[in-house]
Design a protein around this ligand. Sequence first.
Ligand code: V47
Length: 374
Amino acid sequence: METLTLDRALSLSTDKSLNPIIDKVLNSERLSFEDGVKLFKSNDLLTIGALANYITERKNGKYAYFVINRQINPTNICALDCSFCAFATMDKNDPKAYEMTYEEILQKVDYAVKNGASEVHIVGGLHPDWGFDVYLKMVSLIKENYPQIHIKAFTAVEIDYFSKISGLSYEEVLKKLKDAGLGSLPGGGAEIFAPRVRRVIAPSKIGWQKYLQIHKTAHKLGLHSTTTMLYGHIETYEERVDHMVKIREAQDETGGFLCFIPLAYQPENNDLNITDHTHGVDDLKTIAVARLMLDNIPHIKAYWVMVGEKIAQVGLNFGADDMDGTVMEEKIAHFAGAKSPTQQQKEKLIRLIKEAGKIPVERDTLYNKVKVYE
Ligand code: V47
């Protein structure tokens, strides 16, 4: 957005209590925790969105990114029992339980490569019978057979599990995975950092300290990563902003996060008694506040799988500059009732981005530009 347009947007602002925050944003000053909470509590969505879009365009111009990728979830059998998760099961005899063979995983990678993918995004359950060697072999087999594909795999929660079952430190686990062909870490498993919330939704999952320690260790080894926040369940605005501030502090230390992804909670088929999906205003405000608070993170993703295509598209003018990608086979959100499609055509992503007034860019995992669609 050009300055003139921003000035006009700000002159239409309906919440004058945002003025000190507006001044800070325009002067490139860091926002405080209290500023973040104030933004969430304000109803002046258009001003917040205009400010966030101003920051996005200052960082990334009019470019909005997508990637040709495939998600692969090798198993949903999981040693953890998180109440918000509809994907995993602890019971191997559960009719929905599954585990893939190496051959099945390689077939999925093969399909992805044949369909132009540059990335496979692999996450799954903490399988109680699989040793670390199974996961290492998975990575090395993919790399041997498809050296061109970037393997973005294993959340911090999985890395912690590999460390427990192998007796290796986080650094040793990550080094071995990197040597086997791991390219970067995805951001899942962050949920909401606040212990109050974690005790209810993910009591046996690692806490925020370990989550960030693992990402920082990866960054120091030269692996980039992304990071997430699961919102729209029992958390408060204060807890969302606290989550963002902790990520911002970690990023100040290492600079290894490429992107922040707000994950809209999907409420079906799980044990949290919440019946409603998140709504548009909250989705857009969360994207925008993330852009404004996370001044040191290069990209913010509007993840079409969880917010739907329409909000993701509008999100591109509310602070997001990335839509994730083709995905090809989404399970985690769809087990929990996501209404979006389970995959996306490249042409559709390009159209969504163009209609939002942005320039579509096919990227690789590390945000190198593969093709610009001017
Ligand atoms: O870790 C689980 C979340 C995550 C639900 O890093 C749920 O670029 C909503 O992390 N409702 C997996 N969310 C997805 C994820 C992700 C997706 C796209 C890109 C990237 C990236 C990361 O989904 C899980 C968990 O936090 N999740 N259950 C649910 N019911």
